[in-house]
Each structure stands twice: as structure tokens, then as C-alpha cells.
Design a protein around this ligand. Sequence first.
Ligand code: HPA
Length: 279
Amino acid sequence: MGDISNKLEKVYLQVREMTDFVPCVGLVLGSGLGEFAANMKVAMEIPYDKIEGFPVSTVPGHSGRFIFGYLEDVPVVCMKGRVHYYEGYPIEDVVLPIRLMRKLGAELLFLTNAAGGVNEGFAPGDLMLIKDQISVFVPNPLIGPNPEELGTRFPDMSEIYDLKLQRVIREAAVRCEIPLQEGVYTQLTGPSYETPAEIRMLRLLGTDAVGMSTAVEAIAGRHAGFRICGISCISNLAAGMSGRPLDHLEVQEAGRKAAESFSRLVKESICAMYRERSK
Ligand code: HPA
């Protein structure tokens, strides 16, 4: 077994000593959705720092945690907090939690994030269904020896965001009367925000929203056989678009304001996906 499989096996066994919970959905909570677990009947929580060898967020006091529980009758594992490449972890550690959720049994991966709006038709607080992504500005998380037991060497990415899951989210948004934008998410490394010239470049490339997570998680998730969907909360207009400098606190505040509808949409979507999963 290679290093990555070994590490995955070690963290998997530690989690399995703490819980036998088998999730159907792995949900990554972006900023703004931090309180999502209030919707759930929580069965078990595991702080990341209780798992030896697991990447822990470098923000003091925010190591993050897995929350296992039921959203209505859907068994879900949430990641409250994720690690970002800009924190200095090797890219294979950044995606380790994704692989772990798959190994624990999850089949659907629901990715959420806060992102800067690059599309000129977007406004802060908008929600955007991720239809596709650009990850060429960050290292591919599959570089290195390929653990065949995890996935194939050259995985297809032509439908990285599952078309059926996209439809379920669109329909859920209509039922909830929540307006939903759609577009392409591009990941950059961060942690500095982009320059206005970089935002113009990204727009030319077809980017609608820009962020510092998610795309590498989607690649590792697809490699591992997940069906994937994702929603970005547009927390701010990207650099150079509003005439004001970007401020992390403002970004977080916008995320909080959209939290209620974001949370409702994610909940409605997951329940609908569970009902439809065998179709
Ligand atoms: N750029 C990159 N990442 C972000 C932004 C942004 O404007 N807003 C929230 N995450």
C-alpha cells in the first residue's frame, strides 16, 4: 500500500473505533453554513484534532470537526471546517477528509463555499449552483503514485458536477423560492485575494466565481467515485468590481446574511437527493 492509502487507512480505523455511523452524504460546510448542524439530529461529533495524522486548520481554536447525524432521515457526515492549501498542507492532506468520507460509505459529496463574484450579473448574497470548475491554478491533488484501490489513474472529469444532482438543486431552489445563479467556479491558491487584472483574466477564461477551496476536493472526490454537487455563496464582488478593497470580515458578514436561505436550500436539496437516489 502507498503512503496515501496507509494514511487513509490509519485515520479510517481511528474513526471506526469512535463510531460505526455510515453516512450517505458527505457535506462540506463553507463559511456561512457553520451552524448547519442545528438542522440535524446529531449522533456523534469528532474534532479533527482527535484523529492522529489528520490535517487541522491552523486558525487557533478552529480545528474543525466531523458531525455525524440525520437530516430528517438522511444519514449525513458534515465537515465543519476544512483545511486550505494556503495553510501550508500538502495537497494530498487537503483532500484526505474527502477520501475519508468516501471510505466511511458516503456516496454523494455536497461541496459548499463562500466565493467572490466574477460574473458582473452577480450580487453579494447570491447563491450559485456550480456547473463546472477550473482548477489549473492549483496543484492537482492526484499527482504522485496512484493508489489504484482509491481510484483510476486518469479519471474522467467531463461531468465533475453530477447533472442529475444539479437538476435536483434547481428544483429545490424553485420549491424554496430561492433565486439561484449558475456558473463556473475557479480555485486559486490564495491566501491573498486576486488583483483586478487577475479577475479580468478569470472572467475571460469563463469564471463566474472565484475561491480558495472546493475544486481540488471535487477532483479527489470524483477520483474516489463520489457523485458531486456544489453551491457557492457569493460573499463579495471580486477585486476591482466594487471600487472598495476586499475585507475578510465583510466577506464573512455577507456569508452570515445569506446563511438562512443557503441552509434551507442545502437541506431541501439533500432530502430530495436521498429520495431520488435510486432513480
Ligand atoms: N476571492 C477569493 N476567494 C474568496 C473571495 C474572493 O473574492 N471571496 C470569498 N472567498
